[in-house]
Write a protein that binds this ligand. Structure first.
Ligand code: M6R
Length: 373
């Protein structure tokens, strides 16, 4: 087969080396069920694979992170929610401040980027045009680029000074699931490496893989029934505090892209600044509320929604009478909750899409990889 690459505007040939991608998946496996469900169920294993990062590379990278005057995460969609978890982890674990800028807005901040800036770009595909565009500008201004991606030889891999691969195998469903939890694992490792603890925490992360399995088996059937009950609802709100605010936002994104219902994720403290006016009798409020440093305050916010008639769905390791329904997760060390709380939300979005007769693998109007600006 001959492949010719040319400039569409000038018609001139472009000389490019053709790289063959190593994609390892078995056709027959992919024919059963939906890819999305298959990818959700793979997570106990893919989390373990993401842990297999080179220790030397981790240490070298975090030395740069610690040295940098500004650390900026850039990404879109689900990858951006992983970045927000990363921001909390860097601060909580390593006391390192960072910021998250949506990739398509990053170009408007590049004036303040210089050689003392480290940019961490997260992208499953490594081909998201908005991510690449901002990075090119940051690179021109001398910034160092670290990539977290699933795609070897992708444009992101090639533009970056260092790349961490997710090792989770191809993600086929448009909705990102296993890539998200693998991105989180790499971010945990970077945060722990900053305090010299990546080796010992790798063991704990492996155990979290097993807890993900438990979370799936405890919730899958329950959520399937639950989705049937809620399939006609038009609006969903997802709330949480602290690190789980990113998970609330991710849950809302997953739900809206697959079920075509309106869904918003927000910090629970923000409810009373506007959204409370939208809560009516029966409005579903999904609250990510593990028994951690945010628990008590989140309960206060839930009370505000409940007293306006909200139907409260709790995602927690601790039951509470305020929840109308509980999606239970196992108890773990509090820093690791995001790897578990996201699982019921992925299953919820999946089953809701199926209950509504939508194809969860190919939601309307969306592409797996957004290569145009
Ligand atoms: O390939 P990327 O990680 O750069 O993609 C970014 C977003 O387009 C992507 O995460 C999108 O939000 C997903 N479809 C969400 O499930």
């Amino acid at each position: 087969m001959t492949i010719k690459i040319f400039d569409v505007e000038t018609g001139k040939d472009i000389n490019k080396k053709i790289e063959e991608l190593k994609v390892d998946f078995k056709e027959e496996e992919l024919e059963k069920e939906h890819y999305m469900l298959k990818e959700i169920l793979e997570q106990p294993e893919t989390i373990k694979k993401a842990i297999e990062q080179d220790e030397k590379k981790l240490i070298e990278t975090v030395m740069e992170v610690l040295r940098a005057k500004n650390v900026i995460f850039t990404a879109c969609g689900t990858a951006r929610y992983a970045a927000i978890v990363g921001r909390y982890l860097f601060s909580k674990i390593a006391k390192k401040f960072s910021d998250v800028i949506m990739a398509h807005e990053f170009q408007y901040f590049t004036e303040s980027v210089d050689k003392d800036t480290l940019v961490i770009a997260i992208s499953q595909s490594g081909e998201t045009a908005d991510v690449l565009e901002g990075l090119k500008k940051a690179k021109e201004r001398g910034a160092k680029i670290v990539a977290i991606t699933n795609s070897e030889n992708s444009s992101l891999d090639r533009i970056s000074d260092k790349t961490f691969f997710l090792n989770c195998g191809p993600e086929i469903a448009v909705a990102s699931t296993k890539a998200f939890t693998s991105q989180l694992v790499v971010l945990y490792l970077l945060a722990f490496a900053m305090i010299n603890k990546s080796q010992e925490e790798k063991i704990k992360l492996k155990e979290i893989g097993d807890k993900v399995e438990e979370t799936i088996s405890q919730n899958n059937e329950l959520i399937k029934k639950f989705a049937e009950k809620l399939k006609d609802k038009k609006d969903f709100y997802f709330i949480a505090r602290g690190i789980d605010f990113a998970i609330a936002s991710e849950g809302a994104l997953k739900l809206k892209e697959l079920s075509y219902a309106h869904a918003e994720g927000m910090p629970a403290g923000e409810l009373k600044h506007g959204t409370l006016s939208l809560i009516e009798e029966g409005t579903p409020i999904v609250t990510i509320c593990p028994k951690d440093y945010t628990y008590e305050e989140t309960l206060n916010n839930i009370q505000e929604a409940k007293s306006r008639g909200g139907f409260i769905i709790g995602v927690s390791d601790e039951g509470n009478e305020i929840f109308d329904s509980l999606l239970k997760i196992p108890k773990v060390e509090e820093i690791f909750y995001p790897l578990l709380t996201v699982i019921p939300l992925q299953l919820f979005a999946y089953h809701l899409a199926v209950a509504k007769g939508n194809n969860p693998d190919k939601p309307r109007n969306l592409a797996k990889s957004v290569t145009v600006k």
